[in-house]
Design a protein around this ligand. Structure first.
Ligand SMILES: [Zn+2]
Length: 314
């Protein structure tokens, strides 16, 4: 077997599979909707996605390693808590995919995977104190501190989406209220855009039609086209991103933060606003110097690429 590895990133809405070589180059990729239940047939569909991508890369499934990035708290390869994938909690994704593919399979936290990719081959390369913040359906987090990945007592370190930033605030899928991810996620951006539309602060023209899930992408497209109303909505998003980042930086004295997930890939639209806000907010901002803040080099693929990297590790 060559040094090819497969990675699968199972998020709240979609599953992305990549095959990478030993240098982190993506040789093939494919995506499918995330499984809607934990049934064998739903997991077999995931296996089919992986097999198809491996075939496109010219690789055999037998003997390959597959890492599976899962959105939630992972112990011994299985999801134990997951507001975004509750139907996969306790499900033996590793074993089912291993049997279906004849591959060695390892389940990992999706943000840990994203940081592994960026630390090895991407935007976090060479960094000693760095955080990955994935911005998608929710927020995922992972840290390297003093040059070492941080697991925490149970392997659950980095559940930063559920740091409370507004006591008694928006209800969260975790059962709490006011969690950071309720203010900085795809869902939050949609909420800000909806409010701005309703109040006449935003005009998305023809883009405003379609399902609610289309609103976030429409807003991004409008901001890219230079519409001031869309930029103002992104400022709101950037403000809340800065609030949580400031907490992370004062707690951990980070040199770098990499933004992953689908919204991380759009970071050029809002990162300037975030840094301005941080500069005004951080204790000892001048003594710290500038925070390196930017998108993952692999964009929204970082989780899948890093899952491939971690999948082959003991
Ligand atoms: Zn929460």
């Amino acid at each position: 077997m060559t040094a090819l590895a497969a990675g699968l990133d199972v998020g709240g809405t979609k599953a992305l599979c990549v095959v990478v070589d030993a240098t982190g180059a993506v040789l093939a990729e494919g995506e499918a909707p995330s499984p809607r239940d934990g049934s064998p047939s739903a997991l077999e569909a995931l296996g089919g996605l992986v097999a198809g991508v491996l075939a496109n890369a010219g690789a055999d499934t037998a003997g390959v390693t597959l890492g599976v990035g899962l959105a939630g708290m992972v112990a011994d390869g299985r999801l134990v808590v997951s507001p975004h994938l509750p139907h996969l909690v306790g499900v033996d994704v590793e074993g089912t995919l291993a049997r279906a593919l004849g591959a060695r399979v390892r389940g990992v936290n999706d943000a840990d995977a994203a940081l592994a990719a960026e630390w090895a081959w991407g935007s976090a390369r060479g960094a000693r104190d760095v955080a990955m913040v994935t911005l998608g359906t929710g927020i995922g987090g992972s840290f390297v501190l003093d040059g070492r990945p941080v697991a925490g007592r149970h392997g659950f370190a980095g559940e930063i989406g559920h740091m409370v930033v507004v006591p008694g605030g928006e209800p969260c899928v975790c059962g709490g209220r006011g969690c950071w991810e309720r203010y900085v996620s795809g869902e939050a951006l949609t909420r800000y855009a909806r409010a701005a539309l309703d109040e006449g602060r935003l005009d998305l023209g023809d883009l405003a039609g379609g399902p609610p899930t289309a609103l976030g992408p429409a807003l991004i497209a409008s901001a890219r086209a230079g519409a001031p109303g869309a930029a103002a909505v992104l400022d709101e998003f950037a403000h809340w991103l800065a609030v949580g980042l400031a907490n992370l930086v004062v707690a951990l004295d980070l040199e770098r933060v990499v933004l992953g997930g689908g919204l991380g890939a759009e970071a050029d639209l809002y990162v300037g606003t975030v840094l301005e806000d941080l500069g005004a907010r951080l204790e000892g901002a001048e003594a710290r110097g500038p925070l390196a803040l930017g998108p993952a080099a692999y964009g929204a693929r970082a989780g899948a690429v890093g899952a491939a990297r971690l999948g082959g590790r003991p």
